[in-house]
Design a protein around this ligand. Structure first.
Ligand code: ATP
Length: 252
């Protein structure tokens, strides 16, 4: 299976001199193309830091991260920016959309900077994505005139418009009620079924249970891993139970 990301013995520390401590303490992790993974662990265990290290958003202090066969530390800022723009996307707990633009313009804005594509093509793709996630009728709305779940759908459209190989989600359902959260997870499942890898950081067993591999972190290390079959809509309760048992074992 081809790997989209290989993180080898990643070390990341914060602080200065003798106050320094390793937030990532030699983490090795691989993600296959098209895989759907999640990361769980107590607050402060290093989940978000791992995601930012693996995406090259943040530099690392030791080890190596390869993305799509290229060592991220060997790339220039421009090469890194190109990879971030074309091969990976992020979805955050609160989508960072601009207040003075409507939903459609927010979705297409990042791609308009890529002058290899025409504005008409980008708009067409945005409309197809909005249809897919069920927000077609909201394209002219201001971002203050939609619900949190609808806003997150718009954030996902914006993330998908560049057709990335991997989508990183940092608590993408964290601000939503459980019904909206499961609807957003349906969208992530669809994205994954289309062939995109997805890596989510979550505290929610129901979110993690939708993924096929859950990595549990503690004190800057991956201490355990749970594998599940790809989610096919069946046995959600059994999957959540498996995740919950593992969380209990890990003391989460
Ligand atoms: N820029 C930074 N400067 C200093 N310390 C940081 C920085 N970013 C993260 N940390 C520290 O690194 C540790 C891990 O943070 P991280 O955000 O990765 O944890 P997390 O597992 O995602 O937590 P949460 O579940 O609360 O979001 C924490 O102790 C945090 O305070």
């Amino acid at each position: 299976m081809k790997k989209i990301i290989i993180g080898d013995n990643i070390v990341k520390s914060f602080g200065v001199d003798n106050e320094k401590h390793n937030v990532l303490d030699g983490v090795s992790v691989e993600i296959n193309e098209g895989e759907f993974v999640s990361v769980m662990g107590p607050s402060g265990s290093g989940k978000s830091t791992l995601m930012y290290a693996m995406s090259g958003m943040d530099g690392i202090d030791g080890g190596k991260v390869s993305f799509d066969g290229r060592d991220l530390s060997a790339l220039s800022e421009k090469e890194l920016a190109d990879i971030r723009r074309t091969k990976m996307s992020f979805v955050f707990q609160q989508p960072t959309l601009l207040k003075n633009l409507n939903i459609l313009d927010n979705i297409i804005l990042p791609s308009l900077r890529d002058n290899r594509k025409s504005a008409a093509k980008i708009t067409e793709k945005a409309r197809a994505l909005m249809k897919k996630v069920g927000i077609t009728e909201l394209e002219k709305r201001d971002i203050t005139q939609v619900s949190g779940g609808q806003l997150q759908r718009a954030g996902i459209c914006r993330a998908l418009i560049s057709n990335p190989k991997i989508i990183f989600g940092d608590e993408p359902t964290g601000a939503l009620n459980s019904k909206s959260a499961q609807e957003i997870m349906d969208i992530f499942s669809e994205i994954n079924a289309d062939g995109n890898a997805v890596m989510l950081v979550t505290h929610d067993a129901k979110v993690a249970a939708r993924t096929e591999r859950i990595m549990f972190m503690r004190d800057g290390k991956i201490v355990s891993e749970l594998k599940l079959p790809k989610f096919d809509g069946m046995d959600m309760d059994g999957r959540v139970e498996k995740v919950t048992v593992e969380m209990r074992k890990m003391g989460i």
